[in-house]
Design a protein around this ligand. Structure first.
Ligand code: ATP
Ligand code: MG
Length: 542
């Protein structure tokens, strides 16, 4: 048998070894009330990944018990994002598929004296629930007869009552040390149209009651969920025991993925979209899977990150820098290199005529990727920040009278800076040294700086977009979410790029030398270079 990599797998191996189960069945249970985010990737990694490891199956289970917030648009987006991540679900199921059975089970609980219709309002129920140190108070409706409960529950179903006028509660124990067992509400009245069942129902089961039933009906062996459901497990088990489920699914909780500088609740992400703080659910700064995809982050890198972050029993916060480091490592090993200059400054080589091709390694870490040719010429562009008229000490880029190497080509000396009437440098005029060609340098000239460049004759105009995190960092974490939003998180620069970038397939990722990892795309005929992740590692791996 495969070796257990975490505590969940250890439990599953025990259950397989003891013969308690013969095959693993899990489910990934999103509520279709928004787009999936990187936290859900972790949940998928656990649910789909565990099933895969043991040759089992994982269903896609839509928890659609909350009709006022759910939409078909979200169902479609969720399906797309799971497929993009590379997972395949066995069956697609919905809580609403089971509404009839869930209802019948409720009548059964009523008949067996294990549930009652309560007329208290939601506030009154909360107020009589007690605290961690004090028991709750029995509802005055707790001892209604089975017949009365059944009649009232059917009237609830038939639409006789308004929202909130009545509810169905499990009759468990108002003095239980676990508040979730103090006669929890299991059905509520809600006159709302459901995205799948339309107006068939005006009562809807609560998550804690519907979930164990749906798990059982799907043959789920292990119901893997996040830690906040740990206190709900006794209720999950209560439902299974009272309804005589055999074999009873086993709920196991694991820690949520939390990342600094990111907000991961759908509620807040929705707010960002609705208030137009971002362009949409798939804005490249969003932690949604659609956003990460649009950002150019490969699905494999996300799964790699989930694997490395591990599956733990205790909550913790992961630094966003760690995620970025994983993405950077992934791209570094795989993507082609290219050159683009931001804020271009013209460089003319006074003693060079014509043009020639120079070799350029597609990815120096991957010899098999080979090389390509880049056309070098008399007039080039370099980055404005690579030239300084009045440089600080130890400046290795170009300065008046100084030397620098043009990447994969020659060493040049800056002889003259052409300055316009505003005092701005508009051109640098240089001399090149024919014996200094990269790989065959016999010039004896020392040049510490190596600058990237593009050929002014062949280059194309581009727009370069850089991103900051959407949320200010961890030290602000106590503050209100709206105060942490970094509205100034997208920065746009004009750039000149190699024609190679314009010709590349849409959405290809590149390492732009000395700039970062960027995705290429085209908008209205214009080349857009959009940052995936910065070049420098700000994450301290120690
Ligand atoms: P949100 O607060 O973003 O709406 P949720 O938990 O309500 O999250 P669901 O659609 O109910 O979202 O989640 C589906 C599954 O994904 C659940 O089992 C949930 O526990 C899990 N999940 C959600 N967020 C995370 C996270 N940050 N890390 C790990 N699992 C998560
Ligand atoms: Mg939710």
């Amino acid at each position: 048998m495969a070796e257990a990599e975490n505590f969940i797998q250890a439990i599953i191996e025990e259950d397989l070894a003891s013969g308690k189960i013969s095959a693993v069945q899990t489910r990934f249970p999103p509520e279709p009330n928004g787009y999936l985010h990187i936290g859900h990737a972790k949940s998928m990694y656990v649910n789909f990944g565990t099933a895969l490891k043991y040759g089992g199956k994982c269903n896609l289970y839509f928890d659609d018990t909350n009709p006022s917030k759910e939409k078909t648009e979200y169902v479609d987006a969720i399906r797309r994002d799971i497929e993009w991540l590379g997972y395949h679900w066995e069956k697609e199921t919905y809580a609403s598929d089971f509404f009839d059975v869930i209802y019948d089970y409720a009548e059964r609980l009523i008949r067996e004296g294990k549930a009652y219709v309560c007329d208290l309002s939601a506030d009154e129920i909360r107020e009589t629930r007690g605290t961690l140190t004090e028991p709750g108070v029995d509802s005055p409706y707790r001892n209604r007869t089975c017949e009365e409960n059944l009649r009232l529950f059917r009237e609830m179903r038939d639409g006789k009552y308004a929202d909130g006028e009545k509810c169905l509660r499990a009759k468990i124990d108002m003095a239980s040390p676990n508040l979730n067992l103090r006669d929890p509400v299991i059905y509520r009245i809600l006159h709302a149209e459901h995205h799948r069942t339309g107006n068939k129902w005006c009562i809807y089961p609560m998550y804690d009651y519907a979930h164990p039933i749906a798990d059982y009906l799907q043959g789920v062996t292990h119901s893997l969920c996040t830690l906040e459901f740990e206190d709900h497990r006794p209720l999950y088990d209560w439902v299974g025991i009272e309804l005589g489920f055999s074999p009873k699914p086993r709920q196991i909780e694991f820690a949520r993925l939390n990342l600094t500088n990111l907000v991961m609740s759908k509620r807040y992400l929705k707010k960002l979209v609705e208030e137009h703080s971002v362009r949409g659910w798939d804005d490249p700064r969003m932690p949604t899977l659609a956003g990460l995809r649009n950002r150019g982050i490969p699905a494999e890198a996300i799964l790699d990150f989930c694997a490395r972050a591990g599956v733990a029993k205790a909550n913790s916060e992961c630094e966003i820098g760690y995620f970025e480091a994983v993405v950077r490592d992934y791209l570094n090993a795989r993507v082609p290199r290219a050159m683009a200059v931001v804020d271009p400054l013209k460089l003319t080589i006074v003693n060079y005529e014509g043009s020639e091709e120079v070799d350029f390694a597609i990815n120096q870490l991957d010899e098999a990727a080979g090389t390509r040719k880049i056309r070098f010429g008399k007039t080039l562009y370099i980055e404005r920040s690579d030239f300084s008229i009045d440089p600080p000490p130890k400046y290795h880029r170009l300065k008046p009278g100084g030397y620098a190497r043009l990447k994969n080509a020659y060493i040049v000396r800056a002889d003259e800076a052409v300055v316009d009437e505003k005092g701005e440098v508009t051109e640098i005029r240089c001399t090149y040294f024919p014996e200094s060609h990269s790989g065959a340098d016999t010039s004896g000239i020392k040049a510490k700086g190596v600058l990237h460049w593009v050929n002014a004759e062949t280059c194309v105009d581009a727009e370069l977009r850089k991103y900051d995190h959407l949320l200010r960092d961890a030290e602000y974490s106590g503050q209100d979410f709206s105060e942490r939003i970094n509205l100034d998180s997208e920065h746009i620069f004009s750039a000149k790029a190699e024609p190679y970038l314009a010709e590349a397939e849409e959405n290809t990722a590149f390492q732009l030398m000395r700039t970062g990892y960027y995705k290429k795309c085209t908008e209205n005929g214009k080349l857009i270079l959009s940052e995936i992740v910065s070049l420098k590692d700000s994450f301290n791996k120690s």
